[in-house]
Design a protein around this ligand. Structure first.
Ligand SMILES: [Ca+2]
Ligand SMILES: [Ca+2]
Ligand SMILES: [Ca+2]
Length: 414
């Protein structure tokens, strides 16, 4: 497959690649967040979240221990304290509603592939056994086997739908959802814009509800250089598919493409301490933040940030321990806006499955829901570092409080 100019390479930056900030003004959205103003969405964030009744036992996944429930010791990012997404009440709610783990929702993971099958030297991740997969495609090698050649895509897919309550490894946010593996990034985690565009169109044509793009272009890439990708995303958005992408790992002052595009939910990364991750791009139009792990940014006046203290923890999911696609474990070293994105994709799957926005919410309704239920961080209200705040799975899936009775004037007609 012919490559475009190097400038059109999408680099998946695993928090190791820190380029100098190359801020240009974000052409983007007027966004200014404002938490869903004018959108007919319940203001859950100000309401106590109704309790959940469920008989579902808490997940027994042992994490790095041999003890049932040991996942809690490392998956800080899923829990309520320490600035996680508070997914447990959402799990109970979805299970009680008969849609455990967002069953029935299809999330396309456009990445380095996914360890979804035993195929040649490739092995299915032991903790993706039982996870549902839709047919995918490999647009890098142009074959129907989107095996993971890197480990990144498996980590991302596992944040969304790692097998949960199976006594193995850790958990996934939308563990009942169906993953559609679409390979658009090569062994090094790079891919060109036209290949990614083909992946977006393919996912949109094959039943994806959510498209996860844990990738970014360098900060100096312009919209005119990725026209096909922007058109593919616009077309998917028009079909009602919600697209999520990374704000970028350059510690820059503008959001990278493709997250910068108006049709895409842009996601920055936060640490265990509730501070912006030191690599996470900020910028005009940033929508939301989610756990990406790592060290705190040095932000004066933000009490959550401890740039001189020990860094916060990484994000742990089962993937390759090294470069061998047959050896799996829970490696450290995964932090980045790439890791934040699947938190949002997973929560979106839970929201759609919960039915709180009706059976077919639009991407705009879903974004408004994420924003109105987010936990504010940093400066009060919307700000360009944290967008509308930290996503919260519990609040996002909670039923709306009963609407106030509306008094209608009735004309009597005799
Ligand atoms: Ca392949
Ligand atoms: Ca598991
Ligand atoms: Ca704020």
């Amino acid at each position: 497959m012919p490559r475009l100019s190097p400038i059109a390479l999408a680099a998946v930056l695993l928090a190791l690649l820190f380029l100098a900030p190359t801020a240009t003004t974000a052409s983007a959205r007027s966004a200014a967040g404002s938490a869903g103003a004018g959108v007919p969405i319940a203001h859950i964030a100000q309401e106590p979240v109704p309790p959940v009744a469920s008989d579902a036992p808490p997940p027994n996944d042992p994490g790095k221990t041999t003890v049932a429930g040991g996942w809690r010791a490392i998956q800080w990012n899923f829990l309520a304290p320490n600035f996680g997404i508070d997914v447990e009440p959402a799990w109970a709610r979805l299970a009680a509603a008969g849609r455990p783990g967002a069953q029935g929702i299809v999330v396309a993971v456009l990445d380095t592939g996914v360890a979804y099958a035993n195929h040649g030297k490739f092995r299915r991740s032991p903790d993706l056994v039982g996870t549902r997969f839709a047919r995918g495609y490999d647009f890098v090698d142009d074959d129907p086997y989107p095996d993971d050649h890197n480990g990144h895509g498996t980590h991302v897919a596992s944040t969304i739908a790692e097998r949960t309550n199976n006594g193995l490894a850790v958990t996934g946010i939308a563990y009942g959802a169906t993953i559609m593996p679409v390979r658009v990034l090569d062994t090094r985690g790079e891919g060109d814009a036209n290949v990614i565009a083909r992946g977006v169109r393919w996912a949109a044509d094959h039943g994806a509800d959510v498209i996860n793009l844990s990738l970014e272009f360098p900060g100096d890439v312009k919209a005119s250089e990725i026209g096909k990708l922007l058109r593919a995303m616009r077309s998917a958005y028009a079909k009602g598919i919600v697209i999520v992408a990374a704000s970028g790992n350059e510690a820059g002052r503008a959001i990278a493409y493709p997250a910068r595009a108006g049709e895409v939910i842009s996601v920055g990364a936060t640490t265990e301490h509730g501070c912006l991750s030191d690599f996470s791009n900020e910028g005009r139009g940033l929508d939301i933040v989610a756990p990406g792990g790592g060290a705190d940014a040095d932000l004066a006046g933000d009490d959550n940030c401890r740039p001189n203290g020990p860094p916060g923890e990484d994000i742990y999911q089962m993937t390759f321990l090294g470069t061998n696609p047959g050896r799996f474990g829970l490696p450290s070293g995964y932090d980045g806006t790439s890791m934040a994105v699947p938190h949002v994709s997973g929560i979106l799957a839970l929201i759609v499955a919960s039915g709180v926005l009706g059976p077919h919410p639009t991407p705009a309704q879903l974004l408004a829901r994420l924003k109105s239920t987010a936990r504010d961080l940093g400066a009060p209200g919307y700000d360009r570092r944290y967008g509308s705040g930290l996503v919260n799975a519990n609040a996002a899936t909670a039923p709306a409080p009963a609407p106030m009775a509306v008094r209608r004037s009735v004309t009597s007609s005799g």
